[in-house]
Design a protein around this ligand. Structure first.
Ligand code: VGL
Ligand code: ZN
Length: 244
C-alpha cells in the first residue's frame, strides 16, 4: 500500500508518546431545569462564565452531557404517584427477578427531552462541544453517570468517544456536584482515567461535599479554573485572550 493510502485507511486511535497527557473537558448537565427550573441547583448560574472560560482552553475534546428524560421517567415522583424527594427502590427493566434493586430519590419532573427545561442554559458557549451525551433517555432506566446506567448494564457513547480520542485526563465541571458530577467522576476513575474536578465550576444540590473523602472517590484530583488557565495557556495566549 502506498504511504498516503495507509494513512487514509488508518482508523486506529492517535498514537501517543509515552507520558503524553490528552486532556478532555466534560461539562455536565448545564440545562435550564438545573439552573432556573424545577430542580434548580443553588448558585447554578454563577458557574456559566467560569465554564465558558474553561471552554476557551485547548482541551483535546470538549463534551457536554444532558439529562434527557421521557415525561414518564422512572426517576420522577409523579410517575409513581409519590411525593417529590421520597425514595423508591427501582430495578433495571431486564432484571425480572428483581435481584439488583437500587434505592433512589424521586425527583420533580425535570429535563424532559425536547422541552426548554432540557435545553442548554442561555449564555453557555455550547458551540464548543464536539459531542453531546444524553442520559436517562429510556423510561425505566436511570443514569447519573454519563458513562453508564445506575446498574452498570448499558453504556452511553462516552467511553468509545474518549477511547477514540486517546484521552488520558478528564476535567469535570457543571451540575449537580453531588449527583451526576460525582457518579461520572467515580466512573471515570473506574474506567482508568486520571480524574479532576474543577471545584469552582461545580455546584451541588445539597451543601455536602464530603463524598470526596469516600473510598470510591479516593484518587480524584481537584483544581480551579485559574489553575487550569495557568497550566494550559502561555502568557502570550492569556494576553491575546484578555485573560489575566
Ligand atoms: C441529576 C438529579 C436528577 C444531575 C439528574 O444531573 O445531577 N440530578 N437527575
Ligand atoms: Zn434526571
Amino acid at each position: 500500500m502506498s504511504d498516503i493510502l495507509s494513512q487514509i485507511s488508518d482508523t486506529s486511535p492517535p498514537t501517543m508518546a509515552p507520558g503524553e497527557v490528552v486532556p478532555a473537558l466534560i461539562v455536565i448537565d448545564m440545562q435550564n431545569d438545573f439552573v432556573y427550573g424545577s430542580l434548580a441547583v443553588p448558585g447554578g448560574e454563577s458557574i456559566i462564565d467560569p465554564i465558558n472560560d474553561l471552554l476557551k482552553l485547548p482541551f483535546a475534546t470538549k463534551i457536554a452531557t444532558r439529562d434527557f428524560h421521557p415525561d414518564n421517567h422512572v426517576s420522577f415522583a409523579r410517575t409513581h404517584n409519590q411525593r417529590d424527594f421520597e425514595k423508591k427502590t427501582i430495578y433495571h427493566p431486564e432484571d425480572h427477578l428483581e435481584k439488583q434493586g437500587i434505592q433512589q430519590v424521586l425527583w420533580p419532573v425535570h429535563c424532559v427531552a425536547y422541552t426548554g427545561g432540557a435545553d442548554f442554559v442561555p449564555g453557555l458557549n455550547s458551540m464548543e462541544f464536539e459531542a453531546v451525551i444524553h442520559k436517562g433517555t429510556h423510561p425505566r432506566i436511570e443514569s447519573y453517570s454519563a458513562f453508564r446506567d445506575i446498574w452498570g448494564k448499558g453504556e452511553t457513547d462516552l467511553p468509545a468517544i474518549l477511547q477514540d480520542r486517546g484521552v488520558t485526563d478528564i476535567y469535570f465541571c457543571g451540575l449537580a456536584g453531588d449527583y451526576c458530577v460525582k457518579y461520572t467522576a467515580i466512573d471515570a476513575m473506574q474506567y482508568g482515567y486520571k480524574t479532576w474536578l474543577v471545584t469552582d465550576a461545580i455546584k451541588s444540590i445539597s451543601n455536602e461535599e464530603t463524598w470526596l473523602d469516600t473510598a470510591d472517590a479516593k484518587g480524584i484530583h481537584s483544581t480551579t479554573v485559574e489553575e487550569l488557565m495557568k497550566k494550559m495557556l502561555s502568557d502570550t495566549d492569556r494576553l491575546r485572550m484578555h485573560i489575566n
